[in-house]
Design a protein around this ligand. Structure first.
Ligand SMILES: Nc1ncnc2c1ncn2[C@@H]1O[C@H](COP(=O)(O)OP(=O)(O)OP(=O)(O)O)[C@@H](O)[C@H]1O
Ligand SMILES: [Zn+2]
Length: 696
């Protein structure tokens, strides 16, 4: 580089793909820069945060008419983001078809955008007054329980992996209550002893406090930080910086924690790896589980994917040897898995016409009473919140949302009709808006109604409900869970929220009140999801060996002969998975094929359909020119998704299927740039591609 000319650098800035600015912008500077440093640069009228990516050769031509602008400031007191972090971000951007800068800036703590170098320096000095604790030699970690033979075997495999040059990926298939967390703790302890950092991902924010408490108790001398979107911006920045400086030993968090900068990373754990929450549902729709596997390879650290019901993708890789399978089939302390009882609702006593089926069939009600008499708890699981999913009048009026192709849900507590898709909320009308009839009826049942009905059926019971509505205020979930743990609740009613992860000690009965609807969902992953959530729910019962022999999981169903329930009854995940995988293979679905979904939204259905049709024609033309690719790729016709209209926008989608990832990636890379032009032509409001979509 010549001395007189300022150096030119590629800087990743937050410019969404559709702006068409490309992956980075070039800037000039006299300042000494290093790749991975954060800088402030002008972009249009604004000054924005950017990540220094690479120097530009000094002889590279400047495009005509372009004047390169200068870097404004370097955040010199923050050490550069490591190369492997940049590789992870670059891979994510490429794989999920987003711009590099968009991904890079989206995964950094937002607070960084506001700070200048001076402010950042002061903050860092304050956080790191004490030297990082991990620098102290010989920190004492608390002793855990003696491991069971299965835990021990898993631990041995992971310890070996920590020392292996190519550590690989491990599926820890452990039944609920088999002590998977203990295996994570041991592996973490070994990684820490090697001077490494540990990253533990959980699917939901509300699972982080208990996990944090467990890790802090085990590693009292270590620095444990959480990274998730529930933190204040200041906390998130602090925790991120502690990880980035290598001061934090353990980083626990939700999917965004996967992008933490951890210079000493030694182990990645993905707990409940099958959980759909690992997939981001907007912007760059990445799968943190899949990226964890990629990051493990990049950083040469072992990745542990733990679950009682692994995703069929991970299970398939474990069967074919790509991942290693670690099995824990026994519960801790000889606790038995709950007995699964399929309650055939078609056998319920005959009822008058128009009389709805009972909320809880009599045998189930009796079983709950028995639990109460013994001072044990029951948990009723219904995956639908609100009082009733729809209100209806005899004249035919129903509580549809004016902006969506969906019904508004009746919430009785505040007497509102709420759309769960667009949020549109109104007070419940006193009379039918169409005919004036005063007698409008709730149809169906959500958790709010279930709670009310259970309280009527069992007036002596202490009933509580946990779902997204009862836990809106900060701290309420913790309070409610504490009440359950303290035995102040006899019957807990709730959604998915209560079935995940919690180590309830007094629950001996779990009932799925109405799981059937999920059997008929159109999505090909619906059975996998249902099986996982029922297994997970069953796993909340009988976790304490002292009461486990009485533990039961009840399934109220109108299709008692369904194969899914039969496998559940035997706690036979392997059989269920084998059956599902065989079906997927025949149907050419993941993991035997690779999918991408092009989605778009427009005011008019014709615009959305026109856009996708034109997009399909473009792709078809590309395939026509490449017969080898055409044989490996399939373009489906545009269709409306299950809910075609949301918040006034018509949604349409089209599916692309490929025999192998590289074919899909090649097509997307060439196809998407051509769609920017089409967008304007068809007045499409939004479009995006979802690579490896979770539902189609
Ligand atoms: N080796 C052990 N000896 C005694 N108790 C143990 C042991 N391992 C784990 N436990 C205890 O057993 C209980 C269940 O363990 P843990 O929560 O790790 O199970 P899990 O497999 O993660 O369950 P789930 O998937 O249902 O959440 C916990 O209370 C834990 O402290
Ligand atoms: Zn709506």
């Amino acid at each position: 580089m010549s001395a007189e000319r300022p150096a030119r650098w590629r800087i990743a800035v937050d410019a969404p793909q559709h702006v068409g600015l490309g992956d980075w912008l070039d800037y000039v500077t006299d300042l000494a820069l290093q790749p991975g440093q954060l800088v402030r640069v002008p972009l249009g009228q604004r000054e924005v945060l950017g990540v220094v990516w690479a120097p530009v050769p000094s002889d590279a031509p400047v495009p005509p008419g372009v004047t390169l602008r200068a870097v404004t400031q370097v955040l010199a007191h923050l050490s550069p983001l490591p190369e492997r972090w940049r590789q992870l971000v670059a891979f994510t951007a490429r794989y999920y078809q987003r711009s590099l800068g968009e991904v890079a800036l989206a995964v950094l703590p937002p607070e960084l955008r506001k700070l200048d170098d001076g402010a950042l320096q002061k903050k860092q000095a304050r956080w790191c007054k004490k030297p990082p604790i991990s620098a102290n030699a010989g920190v004492d970690d608390a002793l855990g329980p003696a491991l069971t033979p299965e835990q021990h075997a898993a631990g041995v495999a992971l310890e070996a992996a920590l020392h292996a040059p190519e550590p690989g990926c491990y599926v820890l298939h452990g039944v609920t209550g088999s002590g998977k967390t203990e295996v994570y703790l041991r592996a973490a302890q070994q990684a820490l002893a090697l001077g490494r950092q540990v990253l533990v991902l959980v699917p939901e924010i509300n699972l982080t406090p208990q996990l944090e408490a467990r890790f802090m108790a085990r590693f009292p001398g270590r620095c444990v930080v959480a990274l998730h979107s529930g933190l204040t911006p200041a906390q998130r920045l602090k925790h991120w910086c502690l990880a980035h400086q290598g001061a934090a030993d353990l980083v626990l968090g939700t999917r965004l924690a996967l992008f933490g900068s951890l210079p000493r990373l030694g182990l990645i754990v993905v707990d409940e790896e099958h959980d759909p929450s690992y997939k981001q549902q907007d912007g760059a729709r990445y799968s943190a589980r899949d990226l964890a596997v990629y990051r493990g390879r990049l950083d040469k650290v072992p990745v542990v994917l733990g679950s009682a019901t692994p995703s069929l993708e991970s299970w398939h890789h474990a069967q074919t040897g790509r991942y290693r399978l670690l099995t824990m089939a026994e519960r801790i302390g000889q606790a038995r898995l709950p007995r699964v009882r399929i309650l055939d609702m078609t056998l319920a006593p005959p009822r008058a016409p128009n009389q709805p089926p009972p909320v809880l069939a009599k045998p189930l009600l009796d079983a709950i009473r028995e639990r109460m008499a013994r001072g044990e708890q029951s948990l009723l699981f219904l995956n639908r919140r609100g009082f009733a999913p729809v209100l209806q009048c005899q004249c035919g009026w129903r509580s549809g949302c004016p902006h969506c192709s969906a019904f508004r849900v009746f919430h009785k507590l505040d007497r509102t009709l709420r759309c769960h898709h667009c949020g549109f909320t109104e007070r419940v009308p006193a009379a039918c808006p169409d005919c004036g009839n005063l007698d409008i009826q709730p149809i169906g049942r959500g958790t709010e109604r279930l709670e009310e009905q259970v309280a009527e059926l069992l007036p002596e019971a202490r009933v509580a409900r946990i779902d997204a509505d009862t836990t809106r205020l900060k701290g309420t979930l913790e309070q409610q869970l504490a009440a359950v743990h303290a035995g102040e609740v006899d019957i807990l009613v709730g959604t998915q929220m209560i079935t995940k992860g919690h180590d309830f000690r007094r629950v001996t009965l779990v009932a799925a009140v109405n799981p059937d609807s999920a059997l008929y969902a159109a999505d090909f992953r619906a059975p996998e999801r249902l099986f996982a959530s029922l297994m997970q729910a069953a796993g909340r019962a009988g976790r304490d060996a002292a009461v486990a022999s009485e533990a039961e999981m009840w399934i109220q169903t109108w299709t008692p002969a369904h194969a899914l329930f039969a496998a559940l009854k035997r706690h036979d995940f392997a059989a269920f998975a084998a059956h599902q995988l065989a079906e997927r293979e025949m149907a050419g679905l993941p993991p035997f094929a690779h999918l991408a979904l092009l989605r778009c939204e427009a005011r008019e259905p014709e615009a959305a359909e026109g856009f996708l049709q034109a997009a399909r024609d473009v792709a078809q033309a590309m395939l026509d020119a490449h017969p080898d690719a055409a044989a490996e790729l399939m373009l489906y016709a545009p269709v409306p998704p299950a809910i075609a209209k949301v918040a006034g926008f018509e949604r349409r989608q089209m599916l692309v299927e490929a025999s192998a990832r590289p074919w899909l990636q090649q097509l997307l890379a060439q196809w998407l740039p051509q769609l920017h032009a089409l967008r304007a032509q068809f007045k499409v409001v939004r479009w995006a591609v979802d690579v490896d979509p979770l539902s189609i």
